[in-house]
Write a protein of this length. Structure first.
Lengths: 165, 167
């Protein structure tokens, strides 16, 4: 049985569960989950835009990168949890639309990539002892900031395309 | 000419026909619309929370507003253009959709709220730039803005579940 077939049959079983059925039958749940999902990704984009543009040297260059990251990183983590929770509800409600969909899995890989970049290039800045200008990867911080923004934009595009593929 | 005839004429235009008939056009425009909205909401939220007294990466409110507002405006213009293209493709159905109608009302209300803020608290911003708590007028404007833009996003998503052409 191929991976795609296993995912398909898992999705079919998930679809039949009472919880999945309930999510579909109470008609306001899916649009509400999607709206909260968009509000949370907007929070991530706002936080990522300011943090990444600071790291890229475009805005707020008179503030230290640590000040900016410390302000917005907690928002990003909270939003990420909300995104995972609302996203899970959407997958459970309509497994066929997502689990057997290449765009969905592309999106998941991109989310992991953005998460890894944030963890590696942002989280160390939370430590007051840490001096980003002296980090071994300081030269990579600027390209990483642009890459991070590009990945978030790609995640948004994938998110909308899941509905059409 | 009445509105109904105008919307029908928009629907019959070649631009609308192109968007309807090209199956990839709608999702591409919609993706750009969502991207623009996330930048609008994401940047406005940072300013609104600052107006409510939550610190941003800037100490002063004035500098924060000057720094983020250009991004908000560019994204807002992109959202309006992409939104207009989506509307064009099914102008008659959208104009009859109550979620769409309320979304337009909410956007106008958010604009009026912003206008009032700029004519009142923002005029005196040098007096309260880095003072906390922020003046009542700034807090009311921040809270109203957050509520209205959240409503705009919910109503926008509701269009997709209630528009007759999708069923």
């Amino acid at each position: 049985m191929s991976l795609k077939d296993s995912l398909q049959s898992f999705g079919d079983q998930l679809y039949e569960t009472p919880f999945s059925t309930m999510l579909r039958e109470i008609t306001w749940i899916i649009p509400t989950a999607q709206s909260i999902h968009i509000l949370a990704i907007a929070t991530v984009i706002g936080s990522a835009l300011v943090s990444d543009l600071r790291l890229a040297g475009v805005i707020a260059t008179d503030e230290s990168p640590a000040t900016v990251v410390r302000r917005y990183l907690p928002w990003m983590w909270t939003s990420l949890i909300i995104l995972l929770l609302t996203g899970s509800l959407l997958v459970i409600a309509e497994p066929a639309r997502t689990l057997a969909n290449t765009v969905f899995w592309t999106k998941m890989v991109l989310v992991l990539g953005a998460f890894a970049l944030t963890l590696f290039f942002r989280k160390p800045l939370l430590n007051p002892e840490f001096r980003v200008e002296h980090a071994r990867w300081w030269a990579a911080a600027k390209p990483a900031a642009w890459l991070s923004l590009i990945i978030w934009v790609a995640i948004i595009f994938c998110g909308r395309w899941i509905a059409y593929t | 000419m009445n509105l109904e005839a105008l919307f029908q004429q928009i629907y019959d235009s070649s631009l609308a026909g192109t968007i309807r008939e090209n199956t990839e056009a709608f999702p591409w425009i919609e993706s750009l619309h969502v991207l623009a909205i996330t930048i609008v909401f994401g940047t406005i939220m940072i300013v609104d929370l600052r107006l409510l007294g939550y610190q941003s990466h800037r100490r002063g409110a004035r500098q924060l507003i000057n720094e983020l507002l250009p991004y908000t405006w560019v994204a807002f213009v992109a959202a309006v253009i992409t939104g207009a293209l989506l509307f064009t493709s099914n102008a008659v159905a959208y104009s009859h959709n109550s979620a769409f109608q309320w979304k337009m009302v909410a956007i106008v209300a958010a604009g009026i709220n912003m206008g009032i803020f700029h004519l009142t608290a923002h005029r005196r911003i040098v007096d309260w730039d880095d003072a906390l708590p922020t003046p009542m007028a700034a807090r009311v404007a921040g809270l109203s803005s957050l509520a209205l833009w959240t409503l705009v996003i919910f109503l926008g998503r509701w269009i997709g579940f209630t528009l007759s052409v999708f069923f």
